[in-house]
Structures are given as C-alpha cells and as structure tokens.
Ligand binder design. Structure first.
Ligand code: DON
Length: 414
C-alpha cells in the first residue's frame, strides 16, 4: 500500500500558506534580488533518516538555493570539532546580542563577538577553521566537505551568488576590519570575507538542510549514513546557541511561539531541530523586517501547532514504567524462599522519571520472597541515566539480601 499521509499533510500545509505574499526578497545581494520569489518547500528528516520533502510547485522541493546564514551553526560545529569548546570560546561568546545579523557588535568587556550566529561571530568562527595559517581555498574545502558529510551528499558552491555578494560586501568588510583591529581574526579583511561569503554560497535543498539539522538533533550522528559527523557535546552546544540567538533580534519571540532551536538565512530558509527526534527545514525567499522568511516562519508555527513541537510543552510519558509487580510460585526455588518469587515487569522507555517511579514502587512493595525477577521484555529503550540507575537498584537490592535475576531478551541494558 502506498498512502503518503505525511506528504499529504505537508502539501496541504504549503497550499494553506501559498496566498501569503508578505515580505521582500533580500535586496542587498543582486543575485538574490533577481531570484524567483515564489518557491515554497518544506522537509523534515527523522532520527531514523526518513526524509519527507514537499514543494508547492513542481521542482520546488528539489530546488537548490544558497545556504547563507544557515551555514553559521554548522561552521560553528566544525570550529568546535577542530578546536574544542574552550578554545572557540576565547574568540566568540554564546550570549544573544538582541541585534540585527549584520550589526557592528562586540561584547563590550571582552571585545569578542557576542555569538556565532551574527555576522561578526560567524566571520570569526570561519577564520578558526583549518587553523590560522590556512589558505582560503583549504579552509573553504574543509567547510564544504563537512557540510557534505552533514547532508549525506556532495555539495557545491554557487560562484555567481558568491561573486555577486562580494561586490556588495562593504558591511561585512567593515566587520572584518573591526575584528582584525581587536585581534579576533588574523587574515586580511578581504580574505576573511571571501572565505565567509564562499561558506554562505554553498547550495542546498530543503532535504539537505533537514538532514543537516537532523544530524545536530541526533547528537552529531548523520541519521542516514550513520557517520558521527561531530560529537554529541558539539551538537548540544550548537543547538543551545541556536535556541538563544538563531533568530537574531526575534530570537525571544521565536522561542516563546515556536519553541525550537532554529536558524534563518537571507535566501529564505529556516531550519529547526527537535532534539532527539527531527530536523526541519522550510524555504521561501520573501523575508520580514528581521530577515526571516515569512512563509517559512508560518510553516514552523503550523508544524508546532499541529505536531506539538514546542520544547517547553513536553508530552506526558504515555506509559507507566512498572507494568506489574506480582508474586508467583517459583519451581526453581525451594525451602528458604518458600517457593515464591517476585516478578517486576517494566515497560516503555526507561529514563530518570521512569527509574524514580520504579524505585518508589519497589520501596512500597511488601516482598514475600528474596527471589526477584526484573523482566525487561516489554522495555523499548533504556537511556544512559536509566542504565546507571538500574545498576544501582540491583546493587542495593543485593545488599538488602535479595537474589536478582534480570530478564533482558532484547539486550536493552547492554
Ligand atoms: O553575511 C551576509 O550578508 C550573508 N551572506 C548571510 C546573511 C544571512 O543569511 C542573514 N540571515 N538572516
């Protein structure tokens, strides 16, 4: 049977929003100003690497566009991977600036850019990649390969958009001179901006972006290729900064209304991550006054409303962790235990909350026998905290004179 329920939902969503023609395409890059303002597409990628991509018109879902500022979280991930969190923190902070993306902004005390999502921070981060001595070409190749790993396919740079932006880069050049004057970057301002603008000119589709975002959401593991592209710690750090600063001066409003780590770019893309679950991308070129795509923003608002994505509105756990606790006749034991055995059956996902409930249930139970079986047959997953706590429970029960048998047919504890 082929019945694409998720594709149907996404197509309906695009149709619902197609009449929204608010906003303007980015005018400061001639190549973007001349681009078709109509494309409209959305994609998401699950933690299992399943990608759903839909476009309003034929070809919209497969359309390539320049990544622009959506490159910033990923370049930050690469710098963190190469240099480590502490070293990168010497050059760029993690606080929201509350200012526009191209503001000449530095932390007053440290002279570091406030965060890697605004241009000042992104130009600095770009310069940390492949070491201080790197040529522009080697640095950009490093970035291109890293982005290709995140997307799971070979990406390319659009030289037309790159050249077009370099013709109108006075603002970014002034940022580079400012950063150089404070010793934050070492390259010439010209080289720093060529390198940064090339990074912004990498071509992606909504599916690429959804997979790149899903890799962050998935703790750095690309959900299709299963390659550990960056560490879990790096993925956490990048998403944390996206949550506080990804939407520039609209970041607070975005977190309150949509509630996902996100990033926008002037070509009209927005990406979002639902940690542990999804990478999401939407694209349509017309932007609001904060530089965020009007239609893509609406897509996220609808997805949040329909699918309950907001990080601050977690679903209650569907199933209680203790399925049953009972005493049964035990033919394996004899004498001292009076032939009885307590069987604790667990179920669902075992995390901290589940363990708290399991231990409380054990404490309240009146054990008729020292023989205890903990049955994990109906358990789906045990996270790292769950594994540690179950080990601790076992040790404590043994110390209290219990004989513990763990039934784990699917090896969820290993
Ligand atoms: O720095 C610039 O001007 C662009 N190449 C990227 C800016 C961007 O995408 C800002 N996003 N909202």
């Amino acid at each position: 049977m082929k019945d694409d329920v998720i594709g149907d939902y996404l197509r309906e969503l695009l149709k619902k929003l197609q009449d929204n023609s608010e906003g303007e395409v980015a005018a400061y890059i001639p190549e973007l100003a001349a681009a078709d303002p109509e494309p409209f597409a959305v994609a998401f990628c699950t933690n299992e690497g399943q990608v759903y991509a839909e476009g309003l018109r034929e070809g919209d879902a497969e359309r390539e566009f320049t990544i622009q500022s959506l490159s910033k979280p990923f370049a930050y991930a690469l710098a963190l991977k190469e240099e480590g969190l502490e070293e990168v923190a010497r050059f760029v902070g993690v606080e929201p600036s509350g200012e526009a993306f191209n503001e000449l902004s530095l932390d007053k005390a440290t002279k570091r850019p406030m965060n890697p999502m605004i241009n000042a921070g992104a130009i600095t981060v770009n310069q940390l990649i492949n070491g201080e001595e790197s040529s522009v070409e080697d640095r950009v190749n490093k970035i291109l390969e890293f982005f290709s790993d995140l997307a799971g396919r070979q990406l390319r740079i659009d030289s037309d958009t790159c050249d077009s932006e370099l013709e109108t880069s006075d603002r970014n050049m002034s940022l580079a001179y400012m950063l150089r004057s404070y010793g934050m970057i070492q390259d010439s301002a010209e080289d720093a901006i060529v390198s940064y603008v090339k990074q912004c000119s990498i071509m992606v589709t909504v599916s690429d972006l959804a997979m790149m975002a899903a890799t962050l959401a998935n703790g750095g593991v690309q959900p299709r290729t299963h390659k550990q592209v960056c560490s879990r710690r790096v993925a956490i750090q990048v998403q944390a900064v996206m949550a506080s600063a990804g939407m520039y001066n609209a970041a607070g409003r975005w977190m309150a209304s949509v509630g996902l780590p996100a990033k926008s770019g002037v070509s009209g893309g927005i990406i979002g991550t639902l940690p542990g679950r999804l990478g999401i991308a939407a694209f349509s070129p017309k932007l609001d006054e904060a530089g965020n795509s009007v239609r893509a923003k609406r897509v996220f608002e609808y997805l949040d409303r329909d699918m309950g994505l907001h990080l601050m509105a977690p679903e209650k756990q569907g199933r209680v962790a203790v399925r049953s606790i009972s005493t049964v006749e035990d033919d394996q034991t004899s004498g001292g235990s009076q032939g009885k055995r307590t069987v604790i059956r667990l179920q669902g996902d075992i995390d901290f909350n589940a363990c708290e409930k399991i231990w409380r249930t054990i404490q309240e139970h009146d054990f008729e026998s020292e023989n205890v079986t903990v049955d994990l047959e109906k358990v789906d997953e045990v996270n790292s905290v769950g594994k540690r706590m179950i080990g601790e429970f076992r040790d404590r029960l043994v110390r209290n004179g219990m004989k513990i048998e763990i039934v784990d047919p699917d090896e969820v504890l290993s």
